[in-house]
Design a protein around this ligand. Structure first.
Ligand code: NAI
Ligand code: MG
Length: 533
């Protein structure tokens, strides 16, 4: 295993950061000291071989056309895990040609739906068989707790592929009435070659949300993974091969956004694009799609989701759920409950308990049992989050706990809680994507409705109340794609997910995702003897 370390260049980036250093910053208070080591144990050996580092094109693992590679890093240390083939426009061309051929000439769309379903089921069985190995790769590349990868995420992946295997042979059209002597039917056909660009926060779950429905509908795929987390998708591509997926049906290209990603979004022979990531990049890929061949685009983008805790809530339960809603996956969730609105009558008690809960969150090596929080995915995210923490302090929010780096290597950040957060502070408006909870106080429901909706995003919302009418009313007025009542982050294969406003276009998962990958063809036949009808 390589041990080269990529420098994080903390001090240089901080001095040139978007946030100026102020009098009250963590630096000037002297509590933020990079040279002071907080001892984290030696990283645990993930105990998994890296077998696949090359691009998966046309059923084979191949080098990039340029021969270039890039390092993927261990977020626990910044060390290089492996050097991975770096795909760019030329490799996207090769992958699209393979996918095009597999769609236009190959067996996949012409195979019976039952055959397609059986291949998806075989793939799911292989996922189950290799669950722990895949989970180890996911944790090593991303930094998320191994228990979360092994017991929650990879099993969810398996479940999702079985769900879509079930759909493969249940996709069909309708008949429709017409005002005249015609027989009308619709055919539901695959859309063609799907281009898919995924992020690093849930590398394999995002893979599944896109690949599952696309394959069930009979499409072929070129998928670009995030540059931070290329390993697990390459591994599962080999399992697809073993499950009997024909060559060219699924192609996986590792590489960077402005090169491989942009080439995929603007490709003239890609029929559909699905993207998950930041709102800024979502706008860019939508433009690339429009400027090239007007391919339809689904977008799952950022969020700043309200979590509303009403005065009748059970405070202990609400504290735990709000903690989970924000801190899960190191806070790197598009739907994180990142504006915790608390009714003024329970506010003080809530803040004390939220602070105590965060302070005892177990942060450490994600391979260690019982660890709740690992490192952030990379140096960029780490710096971005620390900058937001600094901004929170400078704008006058009260830092209740945390606020600093943990250790002196890797990208660990202390679980951080701010109270007295105001709507116009940056930490209440921007997606921080890290372990930073912002608690805001409210007086009445009418007020909190306005404030909760006063955001450019609309991905999710949480409500904590025992009052049915409050829950029903808030559910109706909150402009968000998912509303969780007395729970949060409940995901299931059949539950659709997606955003209002600048959180995106379209829905993934469930029955709703199928329409992203289907064309509807209307077939109208004139009837010869209309008088017989
Ligand atoms: P990003 O949106 O730039 O990256 C997501 C994917 O898009 C990656 O595969 C990347 O290579 C690709 N990409 C980047 N530029 C592209 C381009 N010009 N054309 C085509 N593809 C491109 O997000 P990034 O930089 O990793 O994270 C920045 C912020 O985005 C995070 O701090 C977070 O706030 C947000 N984010 C939201 C996610 C979500 O689940 N909605 C996931 C990841 C990040
Ligand atoms: Mg990595």
């Amino acid at each position: 295993m390589a041990t080269r370390r990529i420098s994080c260049l903390l001090s240089r980036t901080f001095s040139s950061s978007i946030f100026p250093r102020g009098r009250n910053s963590v630096f000037s208070r002297g509590t933020y000291n990079y040279s002071t080591a907080v001892s984290l144990e030696e990283p645990i050996n993930p105990n998994v071989d890296i077998k696949f580092t090359r691009l998966f094109i046309n059923g084979q693992f191949v080098d990039a056309a340029s021969g270039k590679t890039f390092p993927t890093l261990d977020p626990r240390t910044g060390d290089v895990i492996a050097n991975v083939a770096e795909g760019d426009a030329e490799d996207i061309n090769r992958a699209v040609s393979a996918a095009r051929k597999a769609f236009d000439e190959g067996p996949w769309p012409r195979m019976t739906a039952y055959e397609r379903s059986k291949i998806l089921l075989r793939f799911a069985d292989l996922l189950e068989k290799h669950n722990d190995e895949i989970a180890a790769l996911e944790t090593w590349d991303n930094g998320k707790p191994y228990e979360q990868s092994a017991k929650v995420e990879i099993p969810m992946l398996t479940r999702l592929f079985r769900y879509y295997a079930g759909w493969a042979d249940k996709i069909h059209g309708l008949t429709a009435p017409a005002d005249g002597p015609y027989h009308v039917q619709t055919l539901h056909e695959p859309i063609g070659v799907a281009g898919q660009i995924i992020p690093w926060n849930f590398p394999l779950l995002m893979f599944a949300w896109k690949v599952g429905p696309a394959l069930a509908c009979g499409n072929t795929i070129v998928l670009k993974t995030a540059e931070q987390t290329p390993l697990s998708a390459l591994y599962v591509s080999s399992l697809f091969h073993e499950a009997g997926l024909p060559a060219g049906v699924l192609n996986v290209v590792s590489g960077f956004g402005p090169t491989a990603g942009a080439a995929l979004a603007s490709h003239m022979k890609v029929d559909k694009l699905a993207f998950t990531g930041s709102t800024e990049t979502g706008k860019a890929v939508l433009q690339l799609a429009a400027k090239s061949n007007l391919k339809p685009v689904t977008l799952e983008l950022g969020g700043k989701s309200p979590f509303i805790i009403c005065e009748d809530a059970d405070v202990d339960k609400a504290v735990e759920m709000a903690h989970f809603a924000l801190f899960f996956n190191q806070g790197q969730c598009c739907c994180a409950g990142s504006r915790t609105f608390v009714h003024e009558r329970i506010y003080d008690e809530f803040v004390e308990k939220a602070k105590a809960r965060a302070a005892k969150r177990i942060v450490g090596d994600p391979f260690k049992n019982g660890v709740e929080q690992g490192p952030q995915v990379d140096c960029d995210q780490f710096k971005k989050i620390l900058n937001y923490i600094r901004s929170g302090i400078e704008s006058g929010a009260t830092l209740e706990t945390g606020g600093e780096r943990l250790g002196n290597k890797g990208y660990y950040i202390q679980p951080t809680v701010f109270s007295d957060v105001k709507d116009d502070m940056l930490i209440a408006k921007d997606e921080i994507f890290g372990p930073v909870q912002s608690i805001l106080k409210f007086k009445d429901l009418n007020e909190v409705i306005q404030r909760a909706n006063d955001t450019r995003y609309g991905l999710a919302a949480g409500i904590f109340t025992q009052n049915l009418d409050t829950a029903n009313t808030l559910t109706r007025v909150l402009r968000a794609g998912s509303v969780w009542i007395n729970c949060f982050d409940v995901f299931d294969a059949a539950i659709p997910f997606g955003g209002y406003k600048m959180s995106g276009h379209g829905r993934e998962k469930g029955i709703y995702s199928l329409s992203n990958y289907l064309q509807v063809k209307a077939v109208i036949t004139a009837l010869k003897n209309p008088t017989w009808l």
